[in-house]
Design a protein around this ligand. Structure first.
Ligand code: NAG
Ligand code: NAG
Length: 486
């Protein structure tokens, strides 16, 4: 300040500000955040990413590192310190890319984040946010971190991120696809020798390429942590397992009907969020995880899995068969052309931290993909009534919607509307109470029976994850059982 009032220092000021200008210029070209024009046209950013590095989900019978507590102190399937770093780095990258579009200070109007209901995705999201929103007006001078709210979707209801939910029609087509499609038959036949080799060495009961997934899961995690693999697993084994899994990544969404039932709900959400911003749709109070009305959020983040990325990318027609690495991020940007006011989308995929994200072009839409065209082209892939199309008998009651909606809304209107739609008369409530009581009593009996009789009755996704309660209840490592069902 003293500078400026002193005439003799004017020259210095010019030089300093000139240098600063050059620095700023240099920075904007070398760090390549979004160019200014792009930032001006940006209306919404949706990021879907895979969690960071994790411990294996399984172990296999002949695993030399089968002693979990020694080799994986975090526990099976948990995020490792390396995974936290990868997510923190992704958060820093997003800050750099969107700085200026996003304010430096966290506000709930700008950001809404959702995670699948798993430890590793929730912890990934937290690590990521630490990089994206370091505290501005620190609440504690010694802590470089601030709390930011995040939501999860209970795994039993999740048809968006970690899809584990019941959908009889989908499971029927998928079973048929796996048992009788030529694609699957051929790959299983061509690799019979390899499958038998892996089964013999590992002690896994593997008959098809899909049965090898647990082995890949374990070997990959071990190799990432520099544990030397048994001799039989060295050389070509791991690369071959990876290559086979890359192919099978397209299977859950192989046909259009599979895409519609399994990838459609998430694609539908991404599109609805963009429509809400573009004004085609005012609000969507039903869906707690979408842009809620009255608030034009700038960024939505979804913390998820490799299977989520494969599923959504294959459904959008931008998937090149591969295994999405840890912390890989699909970024769907909505822009508005300042000249024509048209909305268009850009899809970026960051699966390599050493280069700029890949710009992906949907098969059926091209670049830039006009929002209206995208809505039109993806219509056949988005279920109108998912419950009905899945051939599930009944809809979940509004009670659960009410709870989800009211806990995650940030606007007053949302609660009101949901409450209204859930209003019940005293007679209805009494009847419901009596009904609920008898149903609960019956349910307790049935559950006890089922728990006794059946060990596994869950629909697993391809990330090989499983609900926590199964692990607590079996209290031992698990392999393969999910795949036997399919
Ligand atoms: C494994 O080894 C590589 C190369 O020496 C090293 O960069 C990496 O940090 C190691 N990874 C772990 C998890 O120790
Ligand atoms: C990253 O994505 C691109 C584009 O889909 C793909 O070609 C490439 O194989 C992927 N690489 C990795 C390491 O995942």
């Amino acid at each position: 300040m003293v500078f400026i009032s002193e005439p003799s220092h004017h020259f210095t000021v010019r030089i300093v500000s000139g240098l600063l200008g050059i620095l700023v210029l240099l920075q904007s070209t070398t760090c390549t955040p979004l160019e200014a024009a792009k930032r001006d046209s940006l209306q919404l950013v949706q990021v879907i990413f895979r969690h960071g590095d994790r411990a294996p989900t399984y172990t296999y019978p002949n695993d030399p590192y089968g002693d979990i507590s020694t080799y994986w102190p975090e526990g099976l399937a948990q995020l490792t310190n390396r995974g936290k770093m990868q997510q923190y780095e992704l958060g820093r990258y997003l800050r750099q890319r969107y700085d200026g579009y996003l304010g430096k200070k966290y506000t709930q109007q700008e950001l809404y984040v959702t995670s699948s209901d798993m430890d590793r995705t929730i912890m990934s999201l937290e690590s990521n946010l630490a990089g994206l929103f370091p505290p501005v007006n620190k609440w504690n001078p010694n802590i470089e971190w601030q709390p930011i709210p995040l939501r999860t979707i209970p795994w039993k209801e999740d048809k968006l991120l970690h899809v584990n939910v019941r959908c009889p029609r989908y499971h029927e087509i998928r079973r048929n696809f796996l048992s009788s499609s030529d694609v699957v038959k051929k790959i299983n036949e061509d690799n019979q020798e390899f499958i038998q080799f892996c089964a013999k060495k590992s002690g896994l009961d593997a008959k098809t390429v899909k049965d090898l997934y647990p082995l890949l899961d374990v070997l990959y995690a071990q190799s990432q942590h520099n544990l030397s693999l048994p001799e039989w697993a060295q050389g070509d084994t791991l690369p071959k397992l990876i290559q086979l899994h890359a192919t099978t990544n397209t299977w859950p969404t192989y046909t259009d009907e599979m895409k519609r039932l399994w990838g459609g709900p998430l694609l539908g959400l991404l599109i609805k969020n963009m429509m809400a911003i573009a004004g085609h749709l005012g609000s969507n109070p039903e869906d707690a995880h979408s842009v809620s009305h009255g608030v034009n959020r700038k960024m939505l983040m979804y913390s998820a899995h490799d299977s989520t990325l494969a599923r959504i990318m294959n459904t959008m027609g931008v998937f090149e068969p591969h295994c999405p690495p840890y912390a890989a991020a699909l970024i769907v940007e909505l822009h508005q052309d300042p000249a024509t006011f048209e909305y268009y989308t850009e899809i970026h995929y960051r699966n390599d931290t050493t280069r700029a994200p890949y710009l992906l072009t949907p098969e059926k839409c091209g670049y830039p993909c006009n929002l209206r065209e995208m809505i039109e082209k993806t219509k056949p892939l988005i279920p109108v009534d998912w419950v009905k199309e899945c051939q599930l008998e009944s809809k979940p009651t509004n009670f659960f919607t009410l709870r989800m909606g009211s806990t995650s809304s940030s606007t007053a209107g949302l609660d009101g509307e949901l409450l209204h739609s859930c209003y019940l008369s005293p007679i209805q409530l009494t009847l419901m109470g009596v009904g609920l009581f008898s149903i609960s009593a019956l349910a307790v009996l049935i559950i006890a029976k089922v728990l006794q009789g059946r060990k596994e009755d869950n629909y697993y996704d391809d990330s090989g994850s499983r609900p926590l309660f199964v692990s607590l209840w079996q209290n031992k490592p698990f392999y393969g059982a999910a795949y036997e069902k399919l």
